[in-house]
Design a protein around this ligand. Structure first.
Ligand code: C2E
Ligand code: MG
Ligand code: MG
Ligand code: MG
Length: 292
């Protein structure tokens, strides 16, 4: 809205908006320097199997060690990266770094470990997406099923031949695809038949709804039914309490991710966790996975 500014006539920005704009410009410039200055880092959050009481995978979650603002979460900069087109370079960095780290861990003996990476809708639509991924995976000699690409339902809304072809190519090469934040966006479930999906991740908002008195969420029950019906893997995200874990387990969901097991953490901490977990695989309770 055009604002009156007294004697100078009209201007578009109030002083507040100017501060905002200035901040944005400087964040944008800093973001441009983040890769040359090596300020990005991947944190990893374990995905655990309750049955096997083991770490089956790790989700890579980007962090930015900003020179003055400290550790920033993706919520603070991914949108800006998307708007400015810098997301392309960032995605390439994330993919390469995740592959490098996974190859390192697999070479240490964690040979069944897989990694999940988040890919923004626009990035997924990039022409060279599949080739780029394949390139990194062959550079680091990773088997295709050691990588899972997480996309959101939003991308399926586009329902373009290019999206479905890309998904098919990924699946043909053996790379897994999971639907992140499942249940929050797309209202038609028909796409589950159309698109080659491996896993659905129950959004944390539904997990949060599992109350302390073991109330069963009809949405979670429905999602579990859908996963079983379509023969899809299922993983619940945002599991924070024992009660939520037990309820999900009782309902038949065995794979989970959340603060109950571990917060996302830097690679060195995850490595200690991996070593600890492997040497204690005989433990019956998944409690040992809990990060102090
Ligand atoms: P997401 O992929 O759905 O990741 C799950 C988010 O929930 C993460 O936030 C994680 O730290 C948080 N979380 C995990 N367990 C719990 C829990 O028990 N309770 C609660 N309350 N939260 C939990 P984070 O790391 O801030 O990432 C936010 C989003 O940013 C991600 O959501 C993902 O969509 C996006 N993102 C992260 N890394 C990347 C990346 O490398 N590239 C792109 N394009 N997007 C990314
Ligand atoms: Mg994700
Ligand atoms: Mg999610
Ligand atoms: Mg999310």
């Amino acid at each position: 809205r055009v604002k009156a500014s007294g004697k100078n006539g009209y201007r578009f920005f109030t002083p507040d908006m100017n501060i905002c704009y200035t901040k944005r410009i400087s964040l944008e410039n800093e973001l441009r320097q983040a890769i040359p200055n090596s300020e990005f880092e991947l944190f990893y959050q374990p995905q655990v199997s309750i049955n096997g009481a083991s770490i089956i995978g790790l989700e890579a979650l980007i962090r930015w060690r900003h020179p003055t603002h400290g550790l920033l979460n993706p919520g603070d900069f991914i949108e800006l990266a998307e708007e400015t087109g810098m997301i392309g370079t960032i995605t390439d960095w994330v993919l390469a770094e995740a592959c490098r780290q996974l190859a390192h861990w697999r070479s240490m003996g964690f040979s069944d470990l897989r990694i999940a990476v988040n890919v923004s809708p626009k990035e997924f639509e990039r022409d060279d997406m599949v080739e780029q991924l394949s390139r990194f995976m062959s550079t680091f000699q990773l088997p295709p099923d050691s990588l899972e690409v997480e996309i959101t339902e939003k991308i399926l809304l586009r329902d373009t031949p290019s999206v479905i072809n890309k998904m098919k190519t990924l699946r043909e090469r053996g790379i897994r695809i999971s639907i992140d934040d499942f249940g929050t966006c797309y209202s038609s479930l028909n796409y589950l038949r159309q698109f080659p999906i491996s896993t659905i991740k129950i959004d944390q908002s539904f997990v949060r709804d599992l109350s302390e008195e073991h109330r069963i969420s009809p949405i979670i029950q429905a999602i579990i039914g859908i996963a079983n019906g379509f023969g899809l893997h299922l993983l619940a995200e945002g599991v924070e309490t024992h009660c939520q874990m037990q309820t999900l387990h009782a309902l038949g969901c065995n794979e989970m991710q959340g603060y109950l097991f571990s917060r996302p953490a830097p690679a060195e901490q995850i490595e200690q966790m991996l070593c600890h977990t492997i040497s204690h695989t005989t433990l019956q309770s998944p409690d040992f996975l809990t990060h102090p």
